[in-house]
Design a protein around this ligand. Sequence first.
Ligand SMILES: [Cu+2]
Length: 152
Amino acid sequence: MLLIHPDPEPLVLPIGSVVHWDFTGMIGHPFHMHVVPFQIQALPLDALQPGMRYSNYFEVGDWHDTLNLPQTRSNASIPLRMNPYEISGYSVMHCHFLQHEDMGCMKMVKFECPGSDDPQPITCKAEPAVQGTMPMDDRKKMRRSGRRLSMQ
Ligand SMILES: [Cu+2]
């Protein structure tokens, strides 16, 4: 998948699905995803160039909207997953360096609402998120119920 703009073909991510990515080719580019966060599934040590190490900021199991990797091997891949939910329509993912973004290092994303004819619905009545694949499932429920969160 190339990040390039203008982009005639958005990446379609169906709401209610669990999307697995083997993330490659973004060496030196902080990857930023709008709307839906992704979960880091692994940070393989053999993906790194000699002498490199992962930042303590990124750990396996973390949910983030931006991933900034150290120098990786050219054939390395980092497994990520996401679960598009609720908010549908068009968005983008892009390099978080403004100069790169302005030069077109960007891809359009369409969060598609299964069964909807509306090309840009605001919310989707599709199947709910898959349990265990959502960031902060429990915190979201607590927030809705008005209970105060405690960080653990
Ligand atoms: Cu970049």
